[in-house]
Design a binder for this molecule. Sequence first.
Ligand SMILES: [Zn+2]
Length: 286
Amino acid sequence: MCDKVFFVGVVERAILFNDKNVNSQGQHIVQLAETEAVERKALKGNVAHVGRSLIILCYSEISAKLTQFLNFHTHNFPPPPDEKSIYNLLIQDIKRFGEVENNWISLGIHPWYAHPEDWQIQLAAVEQLAGHKNVLAIGECGLDRGILLPLATQLTIFTAQVKLAEQLQKPVIIHCVRAFNELVQWQKQAKPSVPLVVHGFNNKPEIMQQLLAHDFYFSLGAALLQPESNAVKVLKIIPLSRLFLENDDRSIPIEKIFEAAAVQLEIPISALKNQIWTNFATVFNP
Ligand SMILES: [Zn+2]
């Protein structure tokens, strides 16, 4: 039995290393029923069920077995073969849900596309699909000082989505532009019970520290390719357990962002991949 076990997400099969059943790729397979028995016996609280399937990876073997990059937030679909992504389905594209539902999805009302008059109708559409097993997170949603919609209205719409996330116990992917004070104040009062991940973070280390003190996670993106960016400065001081990587709406392969981050961190890409998958296991298996 492995020393440490991670839940890695929604998949079509369960994998348990060191088990007797090995498939043609050398993966150790257990069926769900068996996994439940194993879980009861040995794995205790380390495994979460999402839908009817789960994947279990032994830490010591994870680098050899798990070759895909996790792209935490992307608007690109479909993902390339070397990537496992959380595809962000925008509210105006919600009719396309059926086309993308086999991928991991984040679903929510981006402040740019929130309708001040009928956002409740938009929210109802999100609510209808948000319980789907492949909707891993609510979002991106959040606060943006650069748009006309008043921040107070944005906060109402954002808060309603976090409430939904809490009902479903799913993390929230946050878009925040020049409204970090408001975001922190909100967190202090609301104290939501689900993980909060600020995506596309490219702000000063002091803002990162403030958010970190209030339990936020961070997803860093294409700004890591700019050596002088705030993202690079933040990367060097952020606890690695709080980090995700993404390409957002850019066409840059996620591998390039992992490469840039690994160079800055002076660690092998394989170690970074493992760290990010471990973080994923933490956030999606609270
Ligand atoms: Zn985005």
